[in-house]
Design a protein around this ligand. Structure first.
Ligand SMILES: [Zn+2]
Length: 110
């Protein structure tokens, strides 16, 4: 019970911190259709810390899957741009990594 309550609180706080949007595509979300995404996936050593959590729509969450954020942003640099804009409360290190992945992706596309 307590665990469920805690999870709901974390989700609500993350949702608010992300401006009630999917941080990857920027779509406005309701709490009921928002999912919690671990920026560094748990399977890749990511944590449950708030600095590793963002709100995402189901579609983006599924597309990202078990990719590291840098791998995901290399494929979808626009998702990285949205992430830098909307994922305000994540670890600074994640934002730095995103910025690097996005500029690298655009440099390679040019
Ligand atoms: Zn999305």
């Amino acid at each position: 019970m307590l665990h469920q309550q805690h999870k709901r609180q974390v989700k609500r706080a993350t949702f608010r911190d992300c401006g009630r949007r999917c941080v990857y595509c920027g779509t406005a979300l309701g709490l009921e259709n928002a999912t919690l995404d671990h920026v560094i996936p748990l399977s890749r050593g990511g944590s449950h810390q708030p600095g590793n959590l963002v709100a995402a729509c189901q579609r983006c969450n599924q597309m990202k899957g078990a990719l590291l954020p840098t791998e995901f942003f290399a494929r979808y640099p626009i998702a990285g741009e949205n992430f830098m804009r909307f994922a305000r409360a994540v670890h600074r290190q994640l934002k730095r990594g995103a910025r690097r992945a996005v500029s690298l992706a655009y440099a390679q596309a040019a």
